[in-house]
Design a protein around this ligand. Sequence first.
Ligand SMILES: [Zn+2]
Length: 293
Amino acid sequence: MRYEHQTAKLTRKLTGMPYTQALQMARGGDTERDRPVPDALTADQRAFEARLAFALIEAFPEHLQPHGYPWGIASVRADTDGLDIHPAPAATAYLLGALVPCHDRQYGGVRGASGTRVTISDGWWILHDLQTAAKVRVAAPASADPRRGRNEASPRSRRYITAARLTREERRDLGHIERIARSKPGGWLAHRNILGSRLLRRPGLVQLLAQAHGNANIYSHASMDVVLEWCCGDTSDQISRACHNAGLTADLAGEPLPGTTINRRSDFATTVQIGQAKLYLRQNTWICIDGTP
Ligand SMILES: [Zn+2]
């Protein structure tokens, strides 16, 4: 019973969902102390959520992050079947703009998460994966205009992709990660998708990094790994412990994730290895954005 309350508290902290709901999940056995946020049940759902997570990583440089919410997400409700995202205050348009794919007329290629299509219903923007049954809902009014959220001179410079099939650019974009996967050890892509999906389901974890200044530097090398970089606030040891307690390194529904470890490399850098995939934690106190070391 005590563990259920501890689990629910942690679930609330990581997801932002109400305590009573979190307690219900713990009592129903959906969450446990070492797994305080449920994983998506299917590989397709995890792959889609990872695609959205990497789209967010690209879309939210530090200076465009809503204060205190590096990913523009206030809270989520995560269960094994799906994920509901509630945008941070005033971040709705920007968040949708980051996820819904559009042709980039200025630079070419696709911005947003390739292969995503949208339907709108009862206060939700439902993001569907064109190729699988995976979906994620974003709480937003039908009138939201993702084009207005971008730092664009003119919203007309972007055209959203609504084609019933993948466009050539989307196919190229999605093929990129599969090509990389072929050069990696077996299982790498599945593990990288677990990492992306788990991060998206734990906005409270990236919010930890923003405690001191309201934002954090989150980036990726070609969508292969994730780097979380910050200056003041919690130490790299504290953040890596938080990652472990958040269930980021937990086995997947009883399936072990071979190779999973947390390696402390220095006082300021830690690598969290989830199976074959890597999350880098870097505390850069010497480049404090506030100018105070
Ligand atoms: Zn600082």
